[in-house]
Design a protein around this ligand. Sequence first.
Ligand code: 3H9
Length: 695
Amino acid sequence: MSEVISYEKIGDIAVLAANNPPVNALGLAVRQGLVDGIERAEKEGARAVLIYGEGRTFFAGADIREFGKPPVGPFLPDVCSRIESSPLIVVSALHGTALGGGLEIALASHYRIAVPKARMGLPEVLIGVMPGAGGTQRLPRLIGIDKSLDVITSGRQVGAKEALKLGILDKIVDGEPREIGLAYAQELIDANAPRRPVSEMPAPAPVDFDALYDAVLKKGRGLLAPAVAVRGIQACCELPFDEGMKRERELFAQLMNTDQRQGLIHAFFAERAVGKLPELEGVAPRALNAIGVIGGGTMGAGIATSALLSGLKITLIEMSPKAAEAAKGRIAGNLQGALKRGKISPETFEELTEKALTLATDYAALKDADLVIEAVFEEMSVKKDVFTKLDAICKPGAVLASNTSYLDINEIAAVTSRPADVIGLHFFSPAHVMKLLEIVVADKTAADVVATGFALGGKMGKVSVRAGVCDGFIGNRILSTYRTCADYMILDGASPYQIDKALEEFGFAMGPYAVADLAGLDIGWAVRKRKRAEGMNPQARDFTYADKLCEDGHFGQKTGMGYYDYSAGPKSRVPNPEVMPLIEADRAAQGITPRVFTDEEIVRRYMAAMVNEAAKVVGEGIAKRPLDVDVTLLYGYGFPRYRGGPLKWADMQGLPALLDDITSWAEADGYFWAPAPLLEQLVAEGRSFDDLNRD
Ligand code: 3H9
């Protein structure tokens, strides 16, 4: 027998146990082991077969690492058919996460039992494919169209209790999967229970699948997989089982060949790789029991909320008792949201707001803190003042973190006597919702302080990315460049509305001007004023239309008017009629004759600006690997996940063509479009960004 599937005969029951850590993925050896096990059970006169997983889970699905490589048999659909067609009774006992091909193995079994904590689902659409081993053919036969549509097109995980209610499971029993499975198989043998192949159950009656397809496609904002999966369910309802299986396989193969599949799988592995840094190997984080937060505005309150929700005790410092109470109100408001969504109980709400949170106005309250995060006004002198105080108060070894979004952490660290303990922890607003955390490592930051930043991010459920020090770190630096590119396109003839539409069609949740309205136009206004005061590079182009909007009191959604008019509510935006005349006045003042931009050119320039700056960020070591940039943009900036991130997108587009475009635009504006040396190097060497991820 194969090593990854062990075989044992206990009385009348053949036991096939999977042992393929970490998640019992259904790689070639596992698939072969299952087929061999079933054959042996039949030969050795067993009456039932039990399939279960050793370790943390039942099969978590096909081995995604095999995707894109030439497939080698036995293929998973055939393994499932072999299991289902066995004359023996086959029982699957589920624990952990039975996902994708794992659930398909269970669906091909005749009976399914699970432990109460088991979770299951068909998450294939989340990695750009669809169930390809009978999931779309068996699940609708078992639980009907509506429920299977929900499970398959959302890719969500279903808990055991719900799965029993849906009809996916036959039984839930607490215990070890092996023991509960053996007892259930014996019970079935004793009761002379029949085999129960799902493929022989009647299929549901067809419905209007074209309408369903369109609705699912629209909901996915360009994501193909869930819509194509609808066609699989359609095949279940309209075709005999075997033909339905063939159709499912064709649809699966079609999705397998898409860029979306590549993008989503890149995102899956990239988000798991961000925290794996050679510099942190074997480095233990410092203690993380008592956390301090300085400043209880939107950001500080969001950070405190997120920390409280992850079970940390927080001391929050504000300037006055009144400000501290206001901060508590913000935190309570955030936690109310979690309460409403059923994420916490009323008792936990009480516990978090009354016991786990301490308010203070004196820094002395931070003397025992293990880590302090400041979230005060974004001004160097204010930050320096805070760090000077922290240096005087905090115990030796405490981590001192700044939530600055662009200021120089080295300069902040230099005011302390312990720069090795200083780090940037850049949360994104609202901090209790947004998953991204940039961990900004300054010149003197100690490795165990970096490890502590990652440990805190892990506790808070964040996706943490290591960044180096520069203006804006990874994310805001790249954002500033592609936003500038969009602003220049406006000066040259595009409208904010065309740009938003083109980028939303590309897959961004919101275009840059709708985002600006949401964030508040006063933020960009302050940055422009600062840059002008510092002295802008004479080659950079400037404009006044956005300032004029602010001067008129239009700060975006919060004032009901910005690039868009929100008088009918935040979700129903219409262009603000004041905007285009302001833009036209800017163009006239600068002697620009506006030209027509196609949506395609808008996307191409915007993306090229993003990729070029991202290549500079990687080339300068601000991001260690291209995948760090991809994850930053995916989690902090609404980049469409199915495109994998800007540098994965660039690889799939082809780097030489992108560099050609950038070089040709540099003829007109060599300052803005100066090609990134790393991009030039990769093109010269015929390599991709992903090659650097693997180096
Ligand atoms: C499918 O089944 C298609 C079929 O319908 C048809 C085929 C014909 N393969 O996430 P974690 C690795 S499509 C290979 O950190 P957790 C993962 O990379 C598949 N490797 O742990 C990581 O490796 P490393 C449908 C996999 O506890 C390690 O396992 N199934 C796979 O937070 C631990 O993972 C899915 O889409 C895999 N399938 O979460 C499930 N899965 O240690 C995808 C994981 O080297 N997986 N790895 O970094 C998940 O959702 C989560 O990993 C899971 C565990 C919930 C299982």
